[in-house]
Design a binder for this molecule. Structure first.
Ligand SMILES: [Zn+2]
Length: 389
């Protein structure tokens, strides 16, 4: 235990040494466990009957998305104070709690107290001899993606294959629709997700978005007659497994690597996109990349980037807002920066709309789903319209 605290101190002094991830925090009567994928506690100590957990990033500098996750178990029923001490960022994610790791709720606001300008929060937790899961967001791990994509691949027009492997050798899956396109090459739509591990609400949008396009509705069937849909739902399985704040297993931000392509995960995407250079395998029409931030919004091309891409975004956004005026959702046409993001790379390389679809960290989960269903329908209508013009 002492050595972990020393590590925390060293981290402050050197500012760069990575902490041992997933400390063992066994205090006898109360234990904090990190024996599951996505867990993160970087250190812990007991001080006068309270429990202090230290939460640190995998590398620095890093975006302020301090992920944490643990199970706590007690020898008997009691209420404990658990302090989350952030070594590099302020508290961001409202704690989610669960008794089985599958069904989650948000921790009651009266049980959360903030200190030191949000660098420390105290959680009052009622614990007993069965595990209480506490996590920055409800867990959506690699196994859940795997089950979901297997389920989608149960449709006879969906193929699932391993696109390639991550740094730590985890499979990165791709779903792709098939059709009777024959001589005419199909139009193509590319959907990407989970470049950033804590961005679970992006995943909670990608799933229903895809399910709407792969559904049996007349619109979806018409859409799939013209469009092939390629989906890479989880590009950073190592980051997800390790409970990272941002990076892949090499400590690299994948959404700053579209262009340099120094990482195996992004290189898989480059190869995938190369199919559409010179329209070899048909024309790419649109790429959507699913993320999370503080609110629901889309980052799109601006008119100065490309009038056509900007118009698609404006029409799409307008159609969604018209159907769901009560759900907070913004459009931010943002001139492409020099940053090597998926949005910048795809737009620059193919001259097509490339959009970052961001859902708020704490947005209502039902609204995320409704927004995704409607966004998918309106996207299909606009793309079909453009195709049939
Ligand atoms: Zn992101």
């Amino acid at each position: 235990m002492k050595s972990l605290l020393i590590s925390v101190l060293i981290l402050f002094v050197t500012g760069q040494m990575a902490l041992a991830k997933n400390a063992t925090c066994d205090f006898g009567a109360v234990k904090f466990l990190t024996d599951f994928p996505t867990a993160r506690i970087n250190g812990c100590e007991e001080k006068s009957g309270d429990y202090h957990l230290y939460i640190s990033p995998e590398t620095k500098p890093v975006n302020p998305s301090p992920w944490y996750g643990f199970k706590v178990i007690s020898d008997k029923k009691r209420t404990i104070n658990v302090y989350l001490n952030y070594t590099y960022a302020k508290h961001r994610y409202w704690p989610k709690v669960s008794r089985d790791g599958l069904r989650w709720s948000t921790l009651d606001a009266r049980k959360i107290t903030r200190y030191n300008e949000d660098r420390k929060v105290r959680l009052k937790l009622a614990v007993d001899d069965k595990p209480l899961w506490v996590s920055a967001q409800e867990i959506f791990n690699n196994q859940q993606y795997d089950l979901w994509s297997q389920h989608m691949a149960g449709k006879d027009f969906v193929d699932r294959r391993v696109l390639g492997k991550s740094v730590e050798g985890r499979p990165i899956y791709k779903l792709e629709t098939t059709g009777n396109w024959q001589a005419d090459k199909p139009a193509n739509l590319l959907l990407v997700g989970r470049q950033h591990p804590p961005e679970v609400t992006g995943a909670l949008a990608l799933l229903p978005f895809v399910e709407t396009i792969l559904s049996d509705s007349r619109l979806a069937r018409r859409f799939r007659d013209k469009f092939r849909i390629i989906i890479v739902p989880n590009l950073n399985p190592d980051g997800v497994f390790n409970g990272n704040w941002r990076m892949n297993a090499n400590g690299r931000d994948l959404n700053r690597d579209w262009g340099p392509f120094t990482q195996p995960e992004t290189r898989l995407m480059r190869t995938e996109l190369d199919r559409f250079r010179d329209e070899k395998d048909g024309k790419l029409y649109l790429m959507l990349d699913f993320h999370s931030t503080y609110e629901n919004l889309i980052y799109t091309q601006s008119t100065e980037d490309s009038p056509d891409s900007a118009r698609f975004a404006r029409d799409w956004y307008g159609a969604i807002k018209k159907r769901l005026p009560d759900i907070a959702f913004k459009h931010d046409p943002r001139h492409n920066t020099k940053l090597p993001t998926s949005k910048g790379y795809v737009h620059k390389t193919f001259g097509v709309p490339a959009i970052t679809y961001e859902m708020g960290d704490e947005s209502d989960r039902g609204e995320i789903r409704r927004l995704a269903n409607v966004a998918a329908e309106e996207m299909m209508k606009i793309l079909l319209g453009a195709f049939e013009e």
